[in-house]
Each structure stands twice: as C-alpha cells, then as structure tokens.
Design a protein around this ligand. Structure first.
Ligand SMILES: Cc1ncc(COP(=O)(O)O)c(C=O)c1O
Length: 446
C-alpha cells in the first residue's frame, strides 16, 4: 500500500519533467515519497522514517473516511480513538469563563505565566492527589497534557536510553522512542532494541519481570490503555523493586487513575514505598474533566529521583520545561483549579462515573454474546478477544458490518493481536445503539 503510494508519487514526478530532468530525478529517487519539487538538501530524520504506517489513530481515521465515502448513508459510531464526548461540568466551565473574561480587562489580564504552572494549581494538584504519598507542589509540573509531557521527557532523556514498555501499550511510548533514536528499525513484529513486556490474559496483563532484561526506562501505564487492566499493589510493588534492583527509571502513566474502583489497585505509583527514587508520574485532566481539547495535565518528578551521576531529574526536567514550553494556558489552568475544588471534583467524578457506566454496558454486552472480555471495570476501555483472528481484520469487519469504529489491538503492539479495543467515551445513546448493532451481527456467537 505504502509502496504503491511511493511508486505513484514517483511516476507523477517523472511525468511532469523534461527528459534530462527525468533521467536525473529517476536516478535520485529510490524509496521515498518524492514531492513535486525538492528545494532543500536536508536529509530527513532517519528515525522518523522507521515508524510504521503512521500513527495508529490517523490510520483509523483514514479507514473511517474511506468507509463513509463508500457508504455515504452509514451513521458511523466511534468507539475508536478514546476522545471524550460529554460537556465539561458547569463549575469548571464557569471558572474558565471567568478567566477568559478577565483577560479582556486591565485588572484580569496576564501574559506569560510560570512554565511550571501556577503555584496555586501545583499546590492544589499536590494537596488533592499527592500530599498523602509524600510529594511536594514543587515536584508537580503543570503542562498542556500527558502526551506532550511524554515527548518532553523523551527530549530530556535523549537518544542513548534503552527502553521497555508494556505490550500492548499506548503507542506514544514506542513511537517517541523511535523518533528519538533509541531503537533500531521495525522487524515486522516490533522495533529492534525495544523490550516488549508482553501483557496478556495468560499473565494477568502484568509482565513477567523475572524474564525482563534491564533497561534504562520502563514505560508503564495503569490502568492500561488499551487492555483496561489496573495493576495491583503487589504487582506495582514488584515493578518498583525491579526498577530499584536494576537502577531503571519508570515513566508511570496514570492518565486513567481516577477510573480505578478496586482499592487493591493504587491510583499513584507513589503509593509504593521507594517509588520516589525510581519513578516519574504523568497524569492529565483530559479523561477526567473532558479536557482533551482544553489541554491540561501534569508530570511529577520527585526530588529524590537522580541520574547515575547524582544529578536530580527534576533539575533537568525544569530545564526542558523552561526551554521548550511556555506554560499551560491560563484559562485551562483556571479550569484545572476548579476541577480540584470540592464542587468541581464532585462534578468531575460524576463524569468519570458516566463513562464507567458506558464501559460496564459494553463489557456486559460482549460477555453476554459469549466473547472473552477484559478491562472496563477500572478503566474506560473494554478489551475484547477474537482468538485466532487478526485485529485489523476484526476492525474491518466491525466497521463493514456494524458501521462502528473500534481500535485494532495490534495497533498497540504485537501483544495486542487478536483483540480489539472498544472505548467507553461516547454519548449514552451512541453506546446503546452500538450495543444493538453488535447484538444484531454477533449476538449468535455461541
Ligand atoms: C495512556 C495515555 N496517556 C496519555 C494520554 C494523553 O493525554 P493528554 O490528553 O493529556 O495528552 C492518553 C490519551 O489518550 C492516554 O491514553
């Protein structure tokens, strides 16, 4: 497919040139997409060239568009990308309204703020979520979201890191590692040099650390996107012990922590003693308060976390934030502050509860149809098994037969093969309609 695009780009180029230019150009264009005209002599970042057929979600969007073009009347329901759909709770919206109106007045106007976020917000995040696990406001870096922070963390670490990640996992960990140059090329299954820590039903979605080699970095997400598995206290304790024994750094992604209902599953890695010396935690208002478009998150870098030479990571992360970031939007920060006040917090939890109900509906539906289902209890994602089938084939079949967009498990790593992810982010009527469509097509599975 990609090769065909390249070939046709090359043909177009050749057709539009005079003969001597054609000959020269034909020789110089090998296996890259050739634009109409190349003015620069700049070589592409070879690491970006290693990435597979693009980021997962643009590919899904492309297939969705193609399906809609082929079936213009189809009312497609998306249980795919995992974008929030419900309005931001009123208390939080009010705070943002006030902040934006303030910008239109002399007294309320402010320009750049601190790159690390407003002191008041850092304190509020710490008080609500981290004080009881020993963290300080100065260790909280407010940002425009976790995805962006993962990119900035990678920039801080540089190319000379070895990396391990859960398989399957949120694709940003591996793709950003590839772009940074931490990996080799793709070998048809995964990227050379990356330690894929397989998380499947057979190991209760937690990696077998006794077989895992040492790496500098370990990306770990709990509750996991896409499997919906939340790691237990005992599992996270073993992860922290593993990192401590190996002298590794965990980048702990807690973007869905508030979806955890099970008391036995920590909501922060810092609930585990000793984690402050080996773990960074990133989190976000995106899936808590519907801030996917507003953009607000944070990353915690404990003072105790140090590189081998004794340099505190917090010092370097502060340098990165002050160099390539200019502070989160002050309107978004006002919203974040409201999220952490009692009224906003209560409304935010209701929103989380709404999506959890969606997850429960989807989970029950697949179970009743006889599928093996995971997740959906401590996470907004339901992980449905289609043993022996290719995820992209199942994705295509569901799109074709149900007009529903899911996410193919293999898009999250080789360990996701044979699964699709259904996201609980959707209007209730869409989820119920999706359920009816699933039942009509797959209801007689057993
Ligand atoms: C595991 C995980 N981490 C981070 C993010 C991105 O969060 P943000 O919107 O704060 O960039 C997502 C978004 O889907 C996610 O699934």
């Amino acid at each position: 497919m990609v090769a065909t695009q390249f070939a046709s780009a090359r043909l177009q180029l050749v057709a539009g040139r005079r003969p001597q230019q054609q000959a020269r150009r034909t020789l110089s264009v090998q296996c890259v997409a050739a634009p109409e005209q190349v003015t620069t002599r700049v070589q592409r970042n070879k690491n970006i060239g290693k990435l597979q057929a693009g980021y997962l979600f643009p590919e899904i969007a492309r297939r969705r568009r193609a399906h809609q073009e082929a079936k213009p009347d189809a009312k497609i329901i998306s249980l795919g990308i995992g974008d929030t759909t419900e309005p931001i709770p009123p208390f939080i919206v009010e705070a943002m309204k006030k902040a934006s109106e303030g910008l239109g007045t002399l007294e309320g106007y402010s320009g750049y703020g601190a790159e690390q976020g407003k002191g008041e917000l850092r304190e509020a995040v710490c008080k609500r979520l981290y004080e009881k696990v020993g963290r300080k406001p100065s260790e909280i870096f407010v940002s425009d979201g976790s995805k962006c922070d993962i990119g900035r963390l990678q920039l801080m670490f540089g190319a000379d890191m070895t990396v391990a990640l859960q398989d399957p996992a949120y694709p940003v960990y591996v793709d950003s590692s590839v772009i940074m140059g931490m990996t080799g090329g793709h070998n048809g299954t995964g990227f050379e040099g990356v330690q894929y820590m397989v998380c499947r039903p057979e190991n209760d979605f937690f990696p077998d650390l006794s077989k895992a080699p040492r790496t500098d970095l370990i990306f770990f997400c709990s509750p996991n996107n896409p499997t919906g598995a939340a790691a237990t206290r005992a599992q996270l304790t073993s992860l922290v012990e593993f990192a401590r024994a190996n002298g590794s750094i965990i980048v702990y992604d807690a973007a869905y922590a508030l979806y955890i209902s099970d008391d036995n599953c920590p909501k922060s890695i810092y609930e585990i003693p000793g984690a402050e010396e080996v773990a960074i935690e990133t989190c976000s208002f995106s899936k808590y308060a519907g801030f996917t478009g507003v953009r607000l998150g944070w990353t915690v870098v404990p003072e105790q976390l140090r590189y081998a030479d004794g340099t505190p990571l917090i010092q370097d992360f502060n340098r990165i934030m002050t160099t390539v970031f200019n502070g989160a939007s002050i309107i978004a920060q006002a919203g974040g502050l409201a999220c952490l006040q009692d009224e906003g917090w209560a409304q935010m939890l209701q929103l989380v509860e709404f999506y959890k109900e969606n997850a429960a509906i989807l989970r029950k539906t697949f179970q009743e149809m006889g599928f093996t289902v995971y997740g959906g209890e401590n996470a907004p994602y339901v992980w449905v098994g289609f043993p022996g089938q290719k995820s992209w084939d199942v994705f295509a079949e569901i799109l074709e037969k149900c007009d529903i967009v899911t996410t193919p498990g293999s898009g999250f790593g080789p360990g996701g093969e044979g699964f699709v992810r259904a996201s609980a982010f959707g209007h209730r009527e869409s989820v119920l309609e999706a359920v009816e469509r699933f039942k009509a097509v797959y209801g007689n599975k057993q």
